[in-house]
Design a protein around this ligand. Sequence first.
Ligand SMILES: *[C@@H]1O[C@H](CO)[C@@H](O)[C@H](O)[C@H]1NC(C)=O
Ligand SMILES: *[C@@H]1O[C@H](CO)[C@@H](O)[C@H](O)[C@H]1NC(C)=O
Ligand SMILES: *[C@@H]1O[C@H](CO)[C@@H](O)[C@H](O)[C@H]1NC(C)=O
Length: 174
Amino acid sequence: MKPLSSLFLPLSLFLSLFFHGSKGQNLIQNTCKSCSKDDPNIKYEFCTSSIQAAPASQCATLRGLGMISIRLIRYNVTDTRCHSCLSDCLELYSDAIPSIKLAMKSYNSKKYYDANIQISSVMDAATTCEDGFKDKDGVVSPVTKLNENTFQLSAMALSLMNLIKNNNNTTTNG
Ligand SMILES: *[C@@H]1O[C@H](CO)[C@@H](O)[C@H](O)[C@H]1NC(C)=O
Ligand SMILES: *[C@@H]1O[C@H](CO)[C@@H](O)[C@H](O)[C@H]1NC(C)=O
Ligand SMILES: *[C@@H]1O[C@H](CO)[C@@H](O)[C@H](O)[C@H]1NC(C)=O
């Protein structure tokens, strides 16, 4: 029986890893599909690649995916604050950092209405910062990419919260 059992262990390990992995993949893909349908600002590719790059996203629940997107907003907002030289953006992003921290707290205590307002204000900061550069001829925003990330990640977080609130137990497992 020895040869048989030594064959079974790796096989069952392989199968459980495979199914576990594919379940997480499916949740990410289905969620990103719903989000990009819900809001045309959310690109499916951006959504899946952002989430997949985050640690432990493969075993996250829907609520976990929401937290992942809010955490990514926080990193981008912090990075923008550090790179931004335009005084308007500096100010905007000084407000955005406490806002995104509050949004994390609200989200953790399932206060989605509050989290929605806080994330929306961060989204506005990204838009206002970017518009400030458009008004200045010949000045290229050094933080365009970060503003775009923040904008789209915020749209994702808002859309995810809608999914969570309307969770009707068919498309989701968290
Ligand atoms: C900002 O968001 C993008 C897209 O999700 C992500 O790949 C990147 O790592 C984030 N930036 C930082 C500084 O974490
Ligand atoms: C669940 O949500 C989907 C998509 O929004 C909707 O089409 C479906 O009717 C809902 N099911 C229930 C039982 O509410
Ligand atoms: C979804 O599941 C939760 C908890 O299992 C339950 O309380 C809720 O009634 C369910 N909603 C629907 C629409 O079936």
